[in-house]
Design a protein around this ligand. Structure first.
Ligand code: FAD
Length: 381
């Protein structure tokens, strides 16, 4: 019988990998996590201090249940590491009554068993002054279960909890190859090869470099922060929001939290969301990088200085249908894919980690996760 170095190796300890590592270690599984950089670095998809958290996720009807489970697990992670990771201040979705954002959020809340409050245009502009210029034909939905989750702190906490439960963690160690063998997998790094029964490949935008998955597209994008024109604009007057711009575009962001400036995301366009290579991405910001963000604030938001005070590059991995790609590469495969984040996975990361742990242990997949199965479309050549 083969002697393995571990039952499971997790490749990549960003959002999804750190949570998979924690859930595996918490179940007593012999697990090794391998990360090419340090824990909670700013070179992948999971930096920038905050991510929007919502349980009423208009992007797919099955995401709500995932977010509800994720909220519970973030709370558990806070308890075991004595940290604050998730702050629920409520959030507002703003758009035309028949838009995907409004109709989809209302439906998603109902499916997840959560409630949202209907707001008129007058409610929106009175309660949330930065949105005073909202089109009078728009309405709002107040989601009391929305808020902000802290990405770097969550990843650090997950790795800390995993280590406390027995996980072995290797940082500054790059995986250079993954091979499925007859009774397990080999995970090759620059200095040695690890054997395991199963590997979870949570390498974010680097996944296509490790597995032949041309269906996944890494893109470069940016994050921008701003100052209030006067005083402080906190989460009370500017809670997390998503606002409809047109049928293809939204803007998003939130007011000040943790002493940080205001965060605003511009509508995606061909320049600010474009294919990249994670090893050669241009991390130097150009005037064009911040132009859309500056214009967004000047045009749509009141009480905010449109000149950004901070901006960073970040990356997303899009799948063909913009949903995640999670589970065995093919039926029975010992290679578990954890990728295709499509720009909305952080809020679900702890639930995804739990799902990946089950997949790595060969547990049957719940139908609720069918929409993220790697076998739903042809990802390989
Ligand atoms: C601007 C922006 C805004 C966003 N807003 C939201 C939001 O509001 N709400 C939300 O839920 N989500 C949001 N997201 C999406 C969310 O941040 C991502 O879905 C999530 O962070 C993806 O995590 P990941 O684990 O796939 O990737 P990462 O966190 O990048 O992890 C991949 C890890 O694998 C490591 N790795 C790669 N290759 C190797 C190798 N060969 N060997 C060893 N290690 C390796 C990398 O170094 C990295 O640490 C946003 C994303 C961006 C960019």
């Amino acid at each position: 019988m083969t002697k393995y170095d571990a039952d499971v190796v997790v490749v990549g300890l960003g959002a999804l990998g750190s949570m998979a590592l924690w859930r595996l270690a918490a179940r007593g599984v012999d697990v090794i996590g391998i990360e090419q950089f340090d824990i909670a670095h700013n070179l992948g998809s999971s930096h920038g201090d905050t991510r929007l958290f919502r349980t009423a996720c208009f992007e797919h009807p099955d995401l709500g249940a995932m977010a509800v489970r994720s909220r519970d697990l973030f709370r558990e992670l806070e308890d075991v590491t004595n940290t604050t990771l998730l702050t629920l201040t409520g959030g507002v979705m703003i758009g035309p009554p028949d838009s995907e954002l409004i109709v989809g959020t209302r439906q998603a809340a109902a499916t997840a068993g959560e409630s949202v409050e209907e707001l008129s245009w007058a409610d929106v502009v009175e309660r949330f002054p930065p949105h005073a210029s909202t089109d009078p034909s728009y309405v709002g939905l107040w989601d009391p279960n929305a808020g902000a989750v802290r990405p770097e702190a969550s990843i650090s906490a997950a790795v800390q909890a995993a280590k406390a439960a027995g996980a072995d963690v290797r940082v500054r160690t790059k995986v250079t190859g993954i091979r499925e063998i007859s009774d397990g997998v080999e995970v090759e790094t620059e200095d040695r090869t690890y054997t395991a029964r199963t590997v979870v490949v949570a390498a974010g935008t680097w996944i296509p470099k490790l597995l032949d998955l041309p269906g996944l597209t890494p893109v470069r994008t940016i994050m921008t922060w701003f100052r209030a024109s006067e005083g402080v604009l906190g989460m009370d007057r500017m809670p997390v929001f998503i606002r409809h711009i047109n049928d293809q575009q939204t803007i998003w962001g939130h007011g000040q939290i943790d002493g940080l400036p205001i965060k605003v995301g511009a509508p995606d366009n061909e320049y600010n969301v474009r294919p990249t290579d994670p090893d050669t991405i241009d991390r130097v910001l150009a005037e064009e990088d911040i132009a859309a963000a500056r214009e967004t604030v000047a045009r749509y938001l009141d009480g905010i200085d449109p000149e950004p005070v901070l901006a960073y590059t970040c990356m997303i991995t899009f799948s063909p249908d913009h949903q995640f790609v999670l589970g065995p590469r093919e039926n029975g495969s010992r290679v578990i894919i954890a990728g295709g984040d499509s720009g909305h996975a952080f809020k679900h990361a702890s639930a995804i980690g739990e799902f990946l742990a089950g997949s790595a242990l060969g547990e049957p997949t719940s139908d609720r996760y069918a929409f993220v199965s790697p076998t739903r479309f042809q990802l390989t050549r």
